[in-house]
Design a protein. Structure first.
Length: 371
């Protein structure tokens, strides 16, 4: 029986726990907010200090990148932490992330770091308008972002951004060239200590109000997949990466640019629970425990729909054998990621039909992506 400590106790740790139990791998989670060790399924507090938990387990990993650096350092000093803490830090700080992408020589949007108003004006010269402005620290689900579309917005946006910059030590903004993409795709892959590397099929992602709404595993896109796989290897090599790594891309006329990375399992990889033999959660645990990496090929056409801000679904869904409901056991809150539905079919065409069928069953206000 192996034991793994996951930093963070949300749905990603929960799904790692569900996927690891059949392998006799036991997961405990560290709730970073309450500073307690908990069971990732029940959230029941386990009577262990963080230090005791670190001693107890064989491997330590994380479900998210915004981890206080003192905790990250304590964990990495034990020699049990995977992936490399530098990968976690790069995922949590867009300045580090951008230099990582440059060092790995993968194409990404032109950028400029902003600490002062002069930097902002310089960014307008070097990056140009339209421009996307993102907070260096703490951004997720499109939060902490501005769009500069014309010069008349400069004063207003600077005032708002400056407030954010001043609100936390070491906060800054990263200005990025606006990319007129055709679509957004992501790649989930993994590497273990033995150097085995696997990637899943690319996933096409649709966001609504900056939040992921729908992910569909892509089929028959070998050229795009090769580009993505190459960039995945370059980034994983640069980070000496172990574990599951997610990369978000912009697809511009068949050419991929990296948007950002996530040093962890990722919402756009939830479809792998039904669409692959080994899901991303098991894959991550296999990778950090240095077990063989297998089973990442597509089994059947699969898509994932996020359930946002709702804790009930029409009961009819339970009668549909190709719809797999995954609740996270969280308390209902507006817009919150409460669960997801994986939908399977025998072909991409059949999958589209299933999604249309679902759109007639699900609340169109909640599942706007389907309408
Ligand atoms: P999440 O954590 O949900 O992935 P995030 O807050 O980390 O989101 P990004 O992924 O960087 O932020 O941006 C959110 C969305 O904004 C992207 O999915 C994309 O639709 C859009 N976006 C981001 N950067 C650019 C850009 N340079 N050009 C055009 N659109 C962009
Ligand atoms: Mg993103």
């Amino acid at each position: 029986m192996m034991k793994v400590l996951v930093l963070g106790s949300g749905q990603l740790a929960r799904m790692m726990s569900l996927a690891s139990a059949p392998l006799n791998i036991d997961i405990i989670a560290y709730d970073v907010n309450n500073k307690q060790i908990v069971h990732p399924l029940t959230q029941q507090v386990i009577d262990l200090s963080l230090e005791q938990a670190i001693n107890d387990v064989d491997v330590i990993t994380a479900e998210f990148e915004h981890i206080p650096h003192d905790i990250l350092n304590t964990c990495s000093q034990s020699g049990k932490f995977q992936p490399n803490p530098n990968a976690i830090k790069a995922g949590g700080d867009r300045r580090l992330e951008k230099s990582l992408l440059d060092n790995a020589e993968v194409s990404n949007a032109k950028y400029h770091i902003i600490n002062s108003k002069q930097d902002f004006l310089d960014a307008i010269d070097t990056v140009g308008i339209p421009m996307v402005l993102k907070s260096a620290l703490g951004g997720y689900d499109g939060k902490g972002q501005w769009r500069l579309k014309e010069r008349s917005q400069i004063e207003q946006i600077w005032e708002e951004m400056n407030e954010l910059i001043q609100s936390a030590p070491n906060q800054a903004m990263v200005a990025e060239q606006f990319i007129p993409f055709n679509r957004e795709v992501s790649l989930i892959g993994a590497r273990n200590k033995n150097g085995e590397l696997v990637t899943y099929p690319l996933t096409e992602n649709v966001h609504v109000d900056g939040v992921l709404a729908l992910s569909t595993a892509l089929e028959g896109t070998s050229e795009l997949q090769e580009q993505a796989d190459r960039m995945f290897s370059a980034i994983a090599d640069e980070l000496d990466y172990i574990g599951v790594l997610a990369i978000e891309f912009f697809d511009v006329e068949g050419k991929l640019l990296v948007n950002e990375i996530a040093p962890r399992v990722h919402n756009s990889g939830h479809w792998t629970q039904q669409g692959a033999d080994v899901c991303q959660f098991e894959m991550h645990i296999r990778a950090v425990c240095n077990l063989p990496l297998i089973g990442s090929t597509l089994l059947r056409s699969t898509a994932m729909i996020n359930i946002l801000g709702e804790d009930t679904l029409p009961s009819e869904l339970l009668t549909m054998p190709n719809c797999h409901i995954h609740w996270y056991g969280k308390e209902k809150r507006a817009g919150r990621k409460m669960g997801h539905i994986n939908v399977c079919a025998s072909s991409p065409e059949e999958l589209q039909k299933e999604l249309i069928k679902l759109s007639s069953i699900l609340d169109s206000e909640v599942f706007r992506v389907l309408s």
